[in-house]
Design a protein. Structure first.
Length: 250
């Protein structure tokens, strides 16, 4: 009986000691890393190596003046012949096209207001804004084809400030649009005169401007003049109702 009691007491002491050891083990983990800790350590080391490599490459690029590893070869520049006044006029025309695009955007935005609500006018002016923007883009592409835009690109286009943003009616907006097209047409004609005169004689550019841009400008002017005439007649005979009906058929 005494031996049995002694055995049970011994088992209780061992169990208590094992429980204390387990709690201490869970509270203070062993110094050796687990598999998860090893995985995180490897990932962290790889990330540090990648950052160090990126920094080294960046510093090397700065040392080379950000020009890359290959130098631009020296070739003849004789084929780049759009210079001086002709080039200046081309850059000016690009700005004129962008200015017209912004003005048409302002017109479209005005007639899109819920308090104005002339969807026909708005669509017409938004379409005109897109066309003027495309004109500017085509001129930029032409300059690139002729070897320009290798320098002075940052000041090629200046974001314009739209002077007028509201109109009394549709007729006044169409009148402003016609005046704007006349201004752009005059600018194109001046550009043609500059680039076709001596010592430039850029026949290809002049033919491009005359056959594509100038013809489109003349058709656009005629279309706007016709719309303006029709609208004024409808305003005279029907008043604001005439503008409403005109807007529905634009």
């Amino acid at each position: 009986m005494v031996k049995l009691i002694a055995s049970l007491f011994l088992l209780a002491v061992v169990a208590q000691a094992y429980g204390d050891f387990k709690c201490e083990f869970m509270q203070y983990p062993p110094p050796f890393p687990t598999a998860e800790q090893k995985s995180k350590s490897v990932v962290r080391e790889l990330q540090q190596r990648q950052k160090a490599k990126s920094k080294s490459n960046r510093d090397e690029g700065q040392d080379q003046g950000c020009k890359g590893s290959l130098e631009v070869p020296e070739i003849t520049k004789d084929w780049i012949d759009i210079k001086d006044a002709c080039l200046k006029s081309m850059r000016h025309q690009i700005q004129e096209e962008i200015n017209a695009s912004y003005q048409y955007l302002a017109m479209g935005a005005y007639f899109s207001r819920d308090t104005v609500n002339r969807p026909g006018f708005a669509e017409h002016f938004f379409k005109a804004a897109k066309e003027e923007r495309e004109h500017g883009s085509k001129l930029v592409e032409y300059l690139s084809m002729r070897g320009q835009l290798t320098e002075g690109v940052t000041d090629l286009i200046t974001v314009p400030t739209v002077a007028k943003q509201e109109w009394t009616d549709g007729a006044s907006a169409l009148q402003d649009a016609l005046d704007l097209e006349i201004k752009v047409t005059k600018s194109i004609r001046k550009l043609i005169q500059t680039c076709e005169s001596k010592p430039y004689n850029h026949y290809h550019l002049v033919d491009y401007l005359t056959g594509v841009y100038l013809e489109e400008q003349l058709h656009g002017q005629r279309e706007l003049a016709g719309k303006l005439t029709t609208l004024k007649k409808m305003l005279t005979s029907h008043g604001e109702l005439g503008e409403f009906l005109f807007d529905k058929n634009m």
